[in-house]
Design a protein around this ligand. Structure first.
Ligand code: AMP
Ligand code: GLY
Length: 423
């Protein structure tokens, strides 16, 4: 069959890599893709928000299955656009992708269906939010309602910081219309875990767990980024926690969406915090995480096409997800200065070191081809990923492999997976 992947980052490279292993796939297209993806797929120069061009392309090439990977097009209705033209597509429709697209919606859903999460209030105007802050307990968390590239969350330690945060989000509109509404929620402490899961509208099958590192600098310092590295599995995510989450969080979320007339098909990514009072939902995403997908998918033995089709057809119950008992670590090689200001266009050397190596993957995030050479083209450039028999070996392998690559202004955190030592 012929497949199309919509997106251009490391997550999409990992998805394409899994598809390339499927015996059912004869041709992969990726829109717009990147230099690494172009080794496995034919990249087509169509933007992820250009639904007319994407669906015309899929019709023209008789694409059998399209996967929409990023949040923006999902929330804006890319899946609906494909379905309207009779095309087969994996991902939630807009009315279900709202689970990620509106934090106010997801908080209200959790409250209504008793799904454990931080206590909160939603606000439509800054005056009410400021008044609420006067009596709120510190630290306190402010969240812009809409999509904000993972940057719309402010953790405020003082009342002044919180007041300034309300101004930043609701009045100065630093995150644009995402800040039209504001969620103010209780600050929680604990370990964070990401659990990605396949969903077919009624059945949910969680994949193996992972943990991200969102801050730019070592020791979880610096600004929030899209993610600087991941490891999988999380040693803190026990079988008991998994069972608790299935009963109290995962299945209730899928059932809640169905009860609201918003049947969810695709990936739900649960951002969890393991608090003293049990696991609670930090956030939902309606897609694979980036770079969570990189460490999870390289450990999955299933044919990804089989699983995705089972989700579309409502037959996920019949699928047994199968993950290797090994571990994986992804270290992001970024451009120095990310997530603020950075230079790009530098030649990347050493990519050939990853050829024909089963347990090492060089997933491209921000790269492009220029005059036959691969050059840096973004803040996050590569996701160097390695497997190992356990987390420590995977981490050693991943860090070793970061040395195989060279480009000007190459930067990575040196403490991805440090938590492994505390397990
Ligand atoms: P989110 O985009 O909602 O996952 O938030 C980004 C990051 O902010 C999370 O990964 C947490 O590290 C942190 N965070 C979000 N909500 C809370 C909360 N209620 N308490 C403590 N930390 C939080
Ligand atoms: N790495 C976090 C995310 O994809 O949202």
């Amino acid at each position: 069959m012929k497949v199309l992947v919509v997106g251009s980052g490391g997550r999409e490279h990992a998805i394409v890599n899994s598809m390339a292993r499927s015996s059912r796939v004869s041709k992969i297209y990726c829109a717009p893709g990147n230099a690494g993806i172009s080794e496995l797929a034919e990249c087509v120069d169509i933007g992820v928000m250009d639904f007319d061009a994407l669906t015309d392309f899929a019709l023209d090439k008789s694409i059998d299955l399209t996967v929409v990977a990023p949040d923006d097009p999902l929330v804006a209705g890319a899946v609906d656009a494909f379905e309207e033209k009779g095309l087969r597509v994996f991902g939630p429709r807009a009315n279900a992708a709202i689970l990620e697209g509106s934090k106010a919606f997801s908080k209200d859903l959790m409250k209504k269906y008793n799904i454990p999460t931080a206590a909160y209030e939603n606000f439509d105007n800054a005056d009410d939010a400021l008044k609420y802050l006067e009596t709120a307990r510190l630290p306190i968390v402010l969240k812009a309602d809409g999509l904000a590239l993972g940057k719309g969350v402010l953790i405020c330690n003082t009342l002044d910081e919180a007041r300034a945060g309300v101004k930043t989000i609701m009045l100065d509109k630093q995150f644009g219309n995402a800040g039209n509404r504001l969620v103010i929620e209780e600050f929680m402490t604990g370990r964070e875990v990401s659990v990605l899961s396949f969903v077919d509208g009624k059945t949910i099958k969680p994949m193996t767990s992972a943990q991200d590192h969102k801050r730019a600098l070592d020791g979880d310092k610096g600004l929030n980024t899209g993610g600087m590295g991941t490891f999988s599995p999380s040693p803190f995510y026990t079988k008991e926690i998994d069972e608790y989450c299935m009963k109290n969080i995962y299945q209730p979320t899928v059932d809640a969406m169905a009860a609201e007339g918003r049947e969810f098909k695709g990936i739900i990514f649960f951002g969890l915090m393991l608090t003293e009072d049990g696991p609670k939902v930090l956030e939902y995403n309606a897609r694979f995480g980036d770079p969570e997908a990189q460490v999870v998918l390289v450990r999955m033995n299933n044919d990804i096409i089989d699983v995705m089709e089972a989700c579309i057809d409502g037959k996920l119950e019949d699928v047994e997800l199968d993950f290797e008992s090994n571990a994986a670590v992804c270290v992001v090689l970024a451009s120095e200065g990310y997530p603020l200001k950075y230079d790009k266009g530098f030649e990347i050397k050493g990519l050939e070191n990853f050829r024909d190596k089963d347990s090492y993957f060089c997933f491209h995030a921000g790269t492009k081809l220029k005059d036959g050479k691969v050059v840096t083209n973004g803040g996050r450039v590569l996701g160097i990923t390695a497997t190992g028999s356990d987390l420590k070996e995977a981490r050693r392998n991943a860090y070793e492999a970061t040395k195989w690559i060279d480009f000007e202004n190459k930067y990575c955190r040196s403490d991805i997976g440090k938590a492994i030592d505390e397990a």
